[in-house]
Design a binder for this molecule. Sequence first.
Ligand code: FEO
Length: 396
Amino acid sequence: MALEIVPRVYWVGAIDWTMRDFHGYRTEAGSTYNAYLILDDKITLIDTVKKGFVPEMLARIRKIVDPEKITYIVSNHVEMDHSGGLAEVVSQVKPEKIFCSPQGKAGLARHFKADWPLVEVKTGSQLSLGHYNLVFLETPMLHWPDSMMTYLKEEQLLFSSDGFGAHLASSARFDDQLPHHPPGYWYELKKYYANILMPMGSLVTKLLKQVVEMGLTFKIIAPDHGLIYRKDPGAIIEAYRRWAAGETEAKALVIYDTMWNSTEMLAQAFTQGMVDAGVEVQLHHLRRTHYSDIVAELLEAGLFLLGSPTLNNGIFPSVGEFLTYLKGLRPKNKAAGAFGSYGWSGQAVGLITEELKAMGLTLAHEGFRVKYIPDPEELDQARALGEKLAREHLRR
Ligand code: FEO
C-alpha cells in the first residue's frame, strides 16, 4: 500500500526484492525505486520506477487517487531505474506537464523520442501546486548530467533522487523502522556512495555548500533508493560531507588474487604486520569478495595494498578488472602499494604501481616481489613492511 510521509505526500514506489546486480554493482539486499505522490490542487508524481514495476506503483497510487487525475510529473533523473516506466505512466496519466532539468529534457528526448510536454526547470525555479510549493535544484553529474533534486518547501522535505540513497529492499520505509539492522543499513549507504558517487566528491561538497547558501534546511530526505530519513537527516548529510572530503580512518585493506598461494602468503604477512601496528585491517581475495564491496570498505581506508601474481607477463585478470573499476571511481587521500609473486618475468607489481601512481594516490612503497614461493625471511620482510606502512600512513 501507499504510505503517507507528511500530510498528502505519499510513498508510491516499488520494491525490487530479488535484484542482485545493478549494472555491475552487487546488491545483496535488492533495492527500491521510490516514487512519491503529492495530493494538491495539481496532483504531482515525483519520479517513476524501473520498467516492469509500473503496475506495482500504479496499484499504490490507485489506493489514493485515480492515476488519470495526476496533473504533473517531476522527472529528477533520466536513468532507467527511475524513468524506465515513464512511457507507460505518461500513456496512462496523460500529464499536463513533465518537469525536468534542461539536460533531463535532452536525455528523455534521446531515450523516448516522444512528443511529451517537457518543461525545463533550473536551480531556484519554483512551482506552486496549490497548497504546496516545489523548488528545484539542479545537481549535474550527481551522478548524470540531468540529475536534479526537488524540495517541498512547506515540509522541508527533499526528494533527493539518487543522492543519499541505498540499495536495500525492505518492508521498512523510514530510517527509524530498522531497529534490528541499523549497522547494515549504514554499510549499504556507504557502499552506495562509494560505488556511485565517489568520483563526484567535489560536486557533493559544492552541493552541500549551495544548499546552505540557498537557506534550505531538511526535516526529511526522501531518496529514490532505500529508506526515507526523518529521524536524523543531519547524520546522512554529515556522512556525505566526510566521504566527499575524502576523510579516512586508521584502516587498511590488503586486496589480492593468487594462483598457487604465494601472493596469498604475502597478503597474509602484510595483514599480520598491519594488525601488529594496531590499525583496523581487512584482507580481501578478489574472487571471493565482490569489487563493489571492496570499494565500500576502501572508502574510509587510508592505506591499501594490492597483490597480483604475474600471468602471461601481465596483471592477473581479476586484479586488472579491479584496477579498472577503481580508476573510474577516482579514490583520493589514500596511500597504496603493490606486491606479488612471479615465476620468471614478474611485470605485474610494476604495472600495478604505475596504475596506482596514475590515479594520483600516494605511493606507499615501490613494490614488493617474490620469486615463486616466499621463504620465511621474505614473509617476515612483508610482515615488517606491512607494520611500517601502517605506522607511517595511518598512525597519526
Ligand atoms: Fe538510481 Fe542514477 O539511478
